[in-house]
Design a protein around this ligand. Structure first.
Ligand SMILES: *Cc1c(COP(=O)(O)O)cnc(C)c1O
Length: 347
């Protein structure tokens, strides 16, 4: 498979924007090439210079933790930017299609719709695993991307590794594995498989375990040709300087993040066990993520009563295969206790 042939024709021939920093990369003392404000910023810190378009310092630090070379790493303004760029680089509007596997993360479909790309849906099986047979039947010559979310949002489970490998080995387009919740999972990341499959794209994010949702920073790891295409299409300065600086500082504090992951996983198991004891909770699905999907009698009423007490969960009761379910993010121990107390009092 040649990745270069997967991209849109207009992207293949695109001449990307060349920034001032692309055109002069050396050391100098006077920069009069980018129409910046040479005096500084009206802030304690200076943000008057455009940031590094390729975020090399930040990628170096990420590479040390993830073990993925810089040239196989793309950073986006959230993973959502990487998702959108994959559509814009690889999918011809009105012609190509992608496959999504509901119930799953909503942005794949929204991004497809924005880009006028057909979405083909193959529901997960009742056990929330992949329906390989239907997926194979749904693929055609214009299928460019299959989006696999593992651990899956909103169901919380990891998808069987061998099933994902079957798709990776047989599908002639991009396989995007969204690992937004991988830090909470028993399953291993697919990052190790990057050298095996040129068509594999692994998405991870700083928005969940890393506690940096407000900074908007997502990672896409893939083969060199895919990363080169994403870099060609992205807005030149897609990661702002404040985000680059703060993410670098956060990476120094990985122990704190690892400790929170341990606590979150322990709280997830405790909350699951407590929920299962409450009579109106009909089913608690096992979770590999930082949330739990639970089927609850009169889910919408329960949702509204929780809102009345200032506790907000996610109503997923109308979602395919999640009928009657609420999605509950794991909070601090005291937040989880408040939720349990409220639910117990409703019985
Ligand atoms: C939260 C989430 C993301 C994160 O998106 P960002 O744009 O990086 O904040 C990505 N994928 C899934 C499945 C998610 O649930």
């Amino acid at each position: 498979m040649d990745i270069k042939d997967l991209q849109r024709e207009n992207i293949k021939t695109l001449r990307p924007y060349s920034t001032a920093r692309d055109e002069f990369k050396g050391q100098a003392s006077v920069f009069l090439d980018a129409n910046e404000n040479s005096f500084g910023s009206p802030l304690p810190a200076n943000y008057n210079r455009y940031p590094d378009p390729l975020q090399l310092d930040l990628k170096e630090a990420i590479s040390k933790i993830k073990g993925v070379p810089i040239e196989n790493t793309f950073l986006g303004n959230g993973s959502d930017e990487a998702i959108d760029l994959l559509f814009r680089a690889f999918c011809n509007p009105g012609k190509d299609n992608v496959i999504i596997l509901p119930p799953t993360y909503g942005m794949y479909e929204v991004s497809a719709n924005i880009n006028d790309v057909e979405v083909r849906k193959v529901n997960l099986l009742p056990n929330f695993q992949l329906d390989l047979e239907k997926i194979a039947e749904t693929i055609d010559a214009n299928t460019k991307i299959i989006f696999i979310c593992s651990p899956n949002n909103p169901t919380g489970n990891s998808l069987n590794r061998t099933d994902i490998e079957t798709i990776l080995a047989n599908f002639k387009g991009l396989v995007v594995i969204d690992e937004a919740y991988i830090n909470f999972a028993k399953q291993k990341t697919f990052i190790q498989e990057l050298t095996e499959y040129v068509n594999l794209v692994v998405l991870q994010t700083f928005s969940k375990a890393w506690g940096l949702a407000a900074l908007r920073l997502g990672m896409a790891f893939s083969s060199r040709p895919v990363i080169d295409i994403l870099n060609k299409v992205k807005p030149p300065y897609n990661i702002n300087q404040a985000t680059q600086d703060l993410a670098l500082a956060a990476l120094e504090n990985i122990q704190q993040v690892n400790e929170w992951i341990k606590i979150t996983v322990a709280e997830r198991e405790r909350l699951s066990a407590e929920l299962a004891k409450i009579p109106m909770v009909k089913k608690v699905y096992p979770s590999d993520a930082n949330f739990i999907l639970a089927e609850i009698a009169n889910a919408v009423d329960v949702y509204n009563k929780l809102v009345d007490h200032g506790v907000i969960v996610r109503d997923r009761s109308k979602v395919t295969l999640c009928e009657g379910c609420l999605r509950i993010t794991i909070g601090t121990a005291s937040e989880n206790d408040q939720l349990i107390d409220l639910l117990r009092a409703m019985n």
